[in-house]
Design a protein around this ligand. Structure first.
Ligand SMILES: [Fe+2]
Length: 233
């Protein structure tokens, strides 16, 4: 191999090494005992893994949802007042069971064309702090219908944090991700994702009654033993 060939090979090794350093987030982050990170520039990889697809069920009819109780972070053994359909959905969740808590959200809403289905903006569930020391969560999400399906960032995204962004807010994340490729969740099929997984509720394309079930396996969030309402159309 000539001198030019050797030089090219050496440059390639340097590029690969730098890339590996860049992607190895944990080497670059000094995590404090309280889960905050030090004020220094570093990169965090979001949406590293593709969504895992889980069980698929048929679309609910209105009578499958009418009168169903709704919950936010309720323990699995507390939820009650569910319709047979929603009970079946929860029964099909691909729960792993390795965390302290398995918490259930049941949200049935009349989404309206052109309106946001929830607080707008890219976010991660449970915590936006990318280096909290607790074991990362597992989320299992099930959304019905065709007009208001949760959107995820499609490709792995390396985001540079700086010393002003202690706990990044949604508008800052929105700026970082402007124009990124997006993937909708499949309707009536569970998807599983982890802590550093950016997603957002979309604007509804049409009026629709939508069921959203989310199961959170977590060591951080405390269970809430209460009903947040019943769905009536
Ligand atoms: Fe979310």
């Amino acid at each position: 191999m000539g001198l030019v060939g050797l030089q090219l090979r050496w440059n390639l090794i340097i590029v690969v090494t730098n890339l590996r350093e860049l992607l190895n987030v944990d080497n670059r982050v000094k995590c404090l005992a309280n889960g905050a990170y030090n004020y220094e520039n570093f990169f965090v990889q979001f949406n590293e893994k593709a969504l895992e697809l889980g069980p698929k069920l048929r679309q609910p009819r209105i009578e499958d949802l009418r009168g169903c109780s709704m919950f936010k972070y309720a323990p699995l053994d507390y939820i009650h007042g569910l319709t047979p359909y929603v009970k079946k959905v929860i029964g099909h969740a691909p729960i792993v069971g390795n965390h302290k808590y398995v918490l259930v959200d049941v949200k049935i809403s009349k989404v309206q064309k052109g309106r946001w289905s929830c607080l707008r903006g890219w976010h991660c569930d449970v915590t936006m702090n990318p280096v909290r020391p607790e074991r990362p969560e597992k989320h299992h999400l099930f959304v019905s219908g065709h007009n208001c399906l949760t959107e995820f960032v499609k490709h792995p995204s390396l985001i540079q944090f700086d010393d002003k962004i202690r706990y990044p807010n949604k508008s800052w994340i929105d700026d970082q991700l402007e124009g990124c490729s997006v993937i909708e969740v499949p309707s009536c099929q569970y998807v599983t994702y982890g802590r550093r997984t950016l997603h957002r509720g979309p604007k509804a394309k049409e009026d629709e009654i939508r069921l959203l079930v989310r199961i959170t396996e977590t060591d951080i969030i405390l269970p809430i033993k209460k009903t947040i309402g019943k769905f009536y159309d």
